[in-house]
Design a protein around this ligand. Structure first.
Ligand SMILES: NC(=O)c1ccc[n+]([C@@H]2O[C@H](COP(=O)([O-])OP(=O)(O)OC[C@H]3O[C@@H](n4cnc5c(N)ncnc54)[C@H](OP(=O)(O)O)[C@@H]3O)[C@@H](O)[C@H]2O)c1
Length: 344
């Protein structure tokens, strides 16, 4: 077991004002943790970075899930790790788990809130990608709130990212005409060629997004799955149909704004089109996670659900991976591979 190398952690060094930068983070050398009764010693393998973590870096009240980061304390995020020593009967050495863990190469923890990962279902990294929070957000947002019907038109923003790339595929599986918006030609090729959507729009090379959506959706938009917000929201919203469903999954265009613009007020059009706009947090559906993971795993195993991971290698690349989310560096799920699992 590889415990001889030094341990490291990454802490929140300062609260970002606007965009996060390298000085938002500090990397510290720390001791290998002791292993107490009923604890397990974990080695981090795959660490997820998520745009929503940006909000946890701001000052303010903890939300209901207690997710704010403290200054000079380790950042936390969804992580796949391996038990390398154990004082807990249910989590013997060698077990692969996932959970919300500290940005530390090694940590000891009581495992009650950890979930075991079954490597026979899919590669273990998928526990924080298609079978993790991002896959689940796409699943519940699209199926429970968007409710796409056969031959309807579905538009997804942030379509080549972790959530978006699953959302477009679920809409395709439901028999819809799917339009994806993303920020590079490479992403548009990925969406059209690899994921088989009907049409991609590169918003960075399109002058009039409202017009582009209108041309791509001649019959109007029935479901809009929004990961971005801001002016992109306005452009798609201007094309909605009667009884449209607008799924507010994320608003990444707003996360770094110190004073987010208020924008047009949609209420009048929601009335006019009998449309429904609904936000959600994936944990609203926590009781149904197991069932959803089974379905996502099944689609993955039949080849109906493809995924791509944007892997940076090495613990010290975590800040860069997080910052890159806001400049669109990733296709698919952004994560950092910290270490290989030990083979027993
Ligand atoms: N409601 C929930 O429970 C829930 C759960 C998970 C995630 N989310 C939200 O879902 C969204 C997607 O998350 P993810 O993990 O899948 O991230 P992601 O899409 O994999 O990564 C972020 C992507 O957003 C795009 N982007 C960044 N800044 C932008 C801007 N100013 N305008 C337009 N696009 C921008 C970039 O792609 P381009 O190259 O296309 O610009 C970037 O690659 C986020 O808003 C996240 O907060 C919500």
């Amino acid at each position: 077991m590889d415990t001889q190398q030094g341990n490291k952690e990454i802490v929140l060094a300062e609260r970002p004002s606007g965009e996060p930068t390298s000085s938002t983070f500090r990397i510290n050398d720390i001791k290998m943790p002791e292993l107490k009764d009923n604890q397990v010693l974990l080695k981090s393998l795959y660490v997820s970075v998520d745009p929503g973590m940006r909000g946890f870096m701001d000052e303010g009240e903890d939300d209901a899930r207690g997710q704010k980061f403290d200054l000079n304390k380790p950042i936390t995020s969804r992580t796949v790790a391996q038990v390398i020593k154990s004082n807990h009967d249910n989590f013997p050495a060698g077990t692969i788990i996932h959970g919300r863990l500290a940005w530390q190469k090694y940590q000891s923890i009581a495992p009650e809130n950890l979930e075991k990962v079954d490597p026979d279902i899919a590669p273990i990294s998928t526990a924080v990608s298609i079978l993790g929070v991002t896959g689940l957000a796409a699943y519940f947002g699209m199926l429970r709130i968007g409710k796409p019907q056969d031959e309807e038109t579905v538009v997804v923003s942030g379509a080549a990212g972790a959530v978006g790339s699953v959302a477009v595929q679920i809409a395709t599986l439901r028999g819809c005409r799917v339009i994806g918006i993303a920020g590079s030609d490479e992403k548009i090729d990925y969406l059209e060629q690899d994921l088989g959507i009907n049409r991609g729009i590169n918003y960075k090379t399109t002058d009039d997004m409202e017009q582009a959506i209108s041309e791509a959706c001649p019959e109007g938009v029935d479901v809009f799955f929004d990961n971005v917000g801001g002016e992109m929201f306005d452009a798609v919203f201007a094309n909605i149909n009667k009884n449209a469903r607008i799924v507010i999954c994320g608003q990444i265009a707003e996360y770094n704004k110190l004073d987010p613009p208020k924008g047009p007020r949609p209420q009048h059009d929601l009335i006019k089109y009998s449309a429904r706009m609904e936000g959600f947090v994936v944990f609203d559906f926590e009781d149904e996670f197991d069932e959803a993971k089974k379905q996502l795993g099944k689609w993955y195993n039949t080849g109906e659900l493809k995924y791509r991971e944007n892997l940076l290698k090495g613990f010290e690349h975590l800040p860069e991976a997080f910052i890159g989310l806001f400049s669109g560096d990733n296709i698919g799920k952004q994560m950092v591979k910290v270490a290989e699992p030990d083979l027993n």
